[in-house]
Design a binder for this molecule. Structure first.
Ligand SMILES: CC(C)(COP(=O)(O)OP(=O)(O)OC[C@H]1O[C@@H](n2cnc3c(N)ncnc32)[C@H](O)[C@@H]1OP(=O)(O)O)[C@@H](O)C(=O)NCCC(=O)NCCS
Length: 169
């Protein structure tokens, strides 16, 4: 099974139904993803298997209050600029076969590339339920506060980061 990662493609995205089993995510995919991508408020990458969308990852930019991020960020005088993993979903029949991992690793690679040109310090995700915290932890995401669904991964800790390319002396 080959998983290809591709940029948003409306005809491809509309080839057949998609369900990850989470009604809110499925609804967002059906009703808002296309518009959000067209407006440029998110960028969506698609995981494609056999010509069908097997998953997607939507990212956007934002900032978190230092208090919300907690820990090392607590004393920052201003909101911390981040790239937010806004939506991550894998079609139910494809779950557990590496599609989510492929989408996240693609996202990390792309963030690593733009980190040389855009200032942001971390990527964040809000785990939809506590059971997902271990999933994101596998990639190095850390909880902002104990039992808090907001997780962060510093740019310098992105898996596979080629930080020598962009880190300032
Ligand atoms: C959560 C989700 C994105 C994971 O994607 P996936 O393609 O199913 O996951 P992967 O195949 O990449 O999983 C990689 C590993 O994480 C593990 N894993 C998957 N879901 C997990 C979870 N909820 N908690 C802990 N580990 C998990 C897998 O068992 C696998 O382990 P292995 O490598 O030892 O076999 C996907 O299951 C999904 O879309 N779920 C419904 C929607 C959702 O919850 N989205 C996230 C919103 S925050």
């Amino acid at each position: 099974m080959t998983i290809q990662i591709a940029a948003w493609d409306r005809p491809l995205a509309r080839t057949g139904p998609f369900s990850c089993g989470e009604p809110a995510l499925d609804r967002w995919w059906r009703e808002q993803a296309g518009q959000a991508e067209r407006r440029g408020s998110v960028r969506i990458r698609l995981a494609v298997i056999d010509g069908r969308v097997a998953g997607f990852c939507a990212v956007t930019v934002g900032a978190h209050d230092p208090g919300a991020l907690g820990g090392r960020w607590r004393k920052r005088p201003a909101p911390v600029p981040v790239v937010i993993i806004a939506r991550l979903a894998v079609a139910s029949p494809r779950q557990g076969s590496g599609v989510g991992t492929a989408l996240l690793l693609d996202t990390f690679r792309r963030l690593d590339v733009v980190a040389g040109d855009l200032g942001f310090e971390a990527t964040t995700v809000t785990a939809k339920d506590p059971g997902l915290v271990p999933y994101y932890s596998r990639f190095g995401f850390q909880p902002s506060h104990e039992h808090d669904p907001l997780l962060y991964l510093r740019v310098k800790d992105l898996p596979g980061a080629g930080r020598d390319r962009w880190q300032r002396a």
